[in-house]
Design a protein around this ligand. Structure first.
Ligand code: NAP
Length: 291
């Protein structure tokens, strides 16, 4: 078993970006600027946004964190997005999801200028990705593609089973893996909560991408020898031995599945750091379109 180590791959990507940004600075060109919007005080969202801001610092990007309180209405958020859309200094806008109930995720995503949609959630970004055109690909599936590339994983002709069909992970992942690219060129099966024979389908998979949000859903009896397993899931499981009272678990029962795999991602330290590295890549490319 080999580890697809997202920390190592993300570090390599951030190192390259840091060099590129230093070069831009030397040439007196524009430095990438990412704006993150956080609504409310959800613990997990706070952690994710803090990690994104920290990554900007590491690579030398400018970053701005804008906070709205939990009760703030959609109107104010949409106004702020419009302002950022019109600000030529801003290259990327991300609104940390999930949003409070009174705010529509869809309205907010659709309000972001597709040219600054570094999360890749806008319908235009998704449409372009489906057509294989240059675009911002949503950060988690893009990060997984970068991870496969970093470790030179051959995907051509392989059968990939993606478990989960969300707009931000499972669906784009299935499309990217099926595109005529490298990595890519897989034959893809997508599973979801109504799929009847997930175990049988997973047993046929050369590559499994688990993006469900159910701790240790993928067990050893669902995985064939030599499979490549990508675990996207992050679930907080209570753990009284931890200072914060929880530990993070993936969608894959790592201990028993890993011995069967040729490659597997750990949780944490697999897809998570790659998601952030991919966001940095998208922001950099957005800036380069203006430089
Ligand atoms: P989501 O929107 O809740 O989607 C979950 C998907 O899993 C849905 O398509 C759902 O099917 C499917 N599903 C749920 N229960 C299932 C079951 N018993 N059998 C088969 N399919 C089932 O979640 P998401 O946003 O895609 O995120 C998935 C996980 O990845 C979460 O743990 C999340 O925290 C994590 N995540 C991690 C990163 C990272 O950077 N590492 C980034 C994003 C998300 P239906 O469509 O039929 O409901």
């Amino acid at each position: 078993m080999n580890l697809l180590d997202g920390k190592i791959a993300a570090q390599a990507i951030k190192h390259e970006l840091k060099i590129e940004v230093a070069q831009l600075s030397t040439e007196g060109k524009k430095i990438p600027h990412l704006v993150a919007i956080l609504v409310g005080n959800d613990g997990a969202s706070e952690t994710y946004v803090a990690a994104k801001v920290k990554a900007c610092e590491e690579v030398g990007f400018k970053s701005t964190l804008i906070r709205f309180n939990e009760q703030e209405g959609e109107f104010h958020l949409l106004n702020k997005i419009q302002e950022l859309n019109n600000d030529p200094d801003v290259d990327g806008i991300l609104v940390q999801l999930p949003l409070p109930k009174q705010i529509s995720d869809e309205q907010v995503i659709n309000a972001i200028d597709p040219d600054k949609d570094v999360d890749g959630f806008h319908p235009i970004s998704i449409g372009r990705m489906v057509q294989g055109l240059p675009t911002f690909v949503s950060a988690t599936p893009y990060g997984i593609m970068l991870l496969l590339k970093h470790y030179n994983i051959e995907t051509k002709g392989k059968h990939a089973v993606v478990v989960g069909r969300s707009n931000i992970v499972g669906r784009p992942m299935s499309i990217l893996l099926s595109n005529n690219t490298d990595p890519g060129n897989c034959t893809v099966t997508v599973c979801h909560s109504k799929t009847k024979n997930i175990k049988e389908l997973c047993l046929q998979a050369d590559i499994i991408v688990a993006a469900i949000g159910k701790s240790e859903f993928i067990t050893a009896d669902m995985v064939k020898e030599g499979a490549i397993v990508i675990d996207v899931g992050i679930t907080r499981v209570p753990d009284s031995t931890k200072k914060n009272g929880f530990k993070l678990k993936g969608d894959v029962a790592f201990e028993t599945v890993a011995p069967k795999c040729s490659w597997i991602t750990p949780v944490p330290g697999g897809v998570g750091p790659m998601t952030i590295a991919a966001l940095m890549m998208n922001t950099f490319h957005s800036c380069m379109q203006k430089n």
